[in-house]
Design a protein around this ligand. Sequence first.
Ligand SMILES: Cc1cc2nc3c(=O)[nH]c(=O)nc-3n(C[C@H](O)[C@H](O)[C@H](O)COP(=O)(O)O)c2cc1C
Length: 427
Amino acid sequence: MAYDKLLTRNLGKPNSATLDAYQASGGYQGLRRVFKEFTPEKFVEEVKASGLRGRGGAGFPAGVKWGFLPKGLEVPRYLCVNADESEPGTFKDRLLIEQDPHLVLEGIIASAWAIGCHTAFFYIRGEFHKGARIFQKAIEEAYAKGLLGRNILGSGFDLDLIVYRGAGAYICGEETALLESLEGKRGLPRIKPPFPAVVGLYGCPTIINNVETLANVTLIAERGAAWFAAIGRPKNTGPKLFCVSGHVARPGVYEAPLGIPMKELIEMAGGMMRPDRPLKAVVPGGSSMKILPAAKCDVLMDFDSLAAAGTSLGSAGMFVMDSGTCMVDALWNVCRFYAHESCGQCTPCREGTGWFVKILKRLERGDGVPDDVELLDNVASRVEGNTICPFGEAVAWPVQSYVKEFRDEFQEHVTRRGCPLAAAAAR
Ligand SMILES: Cc1cc2nc3c(=O)[nH]c(=O)nc-3n(C[C@H](O)[C@H](O)[C@H](O)COP(=O)(O)O)c2cc1C
């Protein structure tokens, strides 16, 4: 089925990143409408009514989060845009930043106005050199045309927006580590509560939102909450960018309403790459989320349906794996990433990630011992729930789910003294 292009409407068009092209296709009309027809408080209510849930991973309702900002405090409020996008398998924000920065910028301005913020930060992953350049240019264009700075579009609203480039640590995508990094410190997650909406950047109330979340705010500004809420499924509203990678014929970013069947997304991405190799498993939400074996893949791609299936939409980075995939090898790969990226602050995470790598390596190399599969589970249960930030779950969940769903394959690595798939491929 073909779906409306809402978030991706300008992608691939000539000069799509420029203000001229954006305005020629109706850009910044949403912001004008919001300034004219709403008060900040009413626009917060509008975003609540749209049902927009955060696209950064946790799926928390955006308007509800904004509503947590304490009232009546005479201190600045900050908006931090999370453009860290480091979750393996996730590459949707980069597309928006590089190809349609004004769609994101318009949402940032409307959101900052709604929450009473006059200084916002765009925290962008260090490796996104091109994106940082393009976004900076978009900001300069916006200042020159009165869309940023003092008295934006004659509304009386002032906003400065500062691009801050990270240094390439995955943990800095976690919102409190992001704040530490933005303050010039090492990106170590903070203990919550207090939550950033109450004590955030420089100790002031702060909202952190993902790039795609804010691009959706532009759509709500343009066409309203009722229109937005009619897209997708109840409590899972709006359009979504899905990153489909792995063994599909056309990996890439695909836009569809929340709630699209997973199998339909695989078809949108050209179906399985090798017709002789059927689907074995899918990770639906980036490397931190629990894996679903093929038998459980008749599922809808939205927050609540995937939660009911025992996993999560996460960042909507979907890895498709065919029957040629070794689950021990795939998990080893995932765990090497987490062992490298653990910030080291919490012992269970710092030590546990190292243990996962050691055990998986010996299983794959044929040096596994009979207790290794149990040991993986055991270590994962000591990491999960025992760390300051959800990084612990981000590594424990893949370990627990790969082992649970493919236990026989893990055991076979012990009994056959190595990888049966690698052995078969070598024959
Ligand atoms: C280890 C870790 C990494 C994360 N990385 C990102 C990221 O790269 N981008 C992002 O938007 N959210 C990331 N998050 C989620 C953020 O902490 C936060 O929930 C999100 O930015 C909130 O925005 P939203 O409400 O608009 O989704 C990460 C969380 C964890 C625990």
